[in-house]
Design a protein. Sequence first.
Length: 156
Amino acid sequence: MRPDSQNKKACADGTPPGTQRGYTLVEVFFAIFIVATAFLGLSGMTVTLIQSNSSNDFTDIAVDLAQDKLEELKNASFTSAVVADVNSANNSDLESIANFDFQESNINGMGGPGGGFTRTWNIADGVPKIGMKTVVVVVTWTDQLGGHRVSFRTIL
């Protein structure tokens, strides 16, 4: 027997000393660091996705509000006060929300009071020709990403 083998004892699992397999503490910490960095990157993306999703929800509501008003105006009598051109000064810029024919402020997603949307509609008599009316409905709102608007145009 060699003298150095007399002092070495086998490990608990029966393997000779120096042949154990496993990870060092440095390797474990490095792996944790990589995984934590990946999760931080994913959490940043998650916040962006949630904000985008919220913005898309507001856009869907605004589109519904604009379409609902267009349907209401299409179903009104051609001579009704609802589709009257009460401000012909805005006929050159029907997209304007500063110079408008009609406006509903602070409406909710159902068109009722108590929300953050503003719905404006402008009407131009005789455009594109006599006997017709051009109608533009604009819905605006502000969220955490800033101010937004959707607009729809039709001819009655």
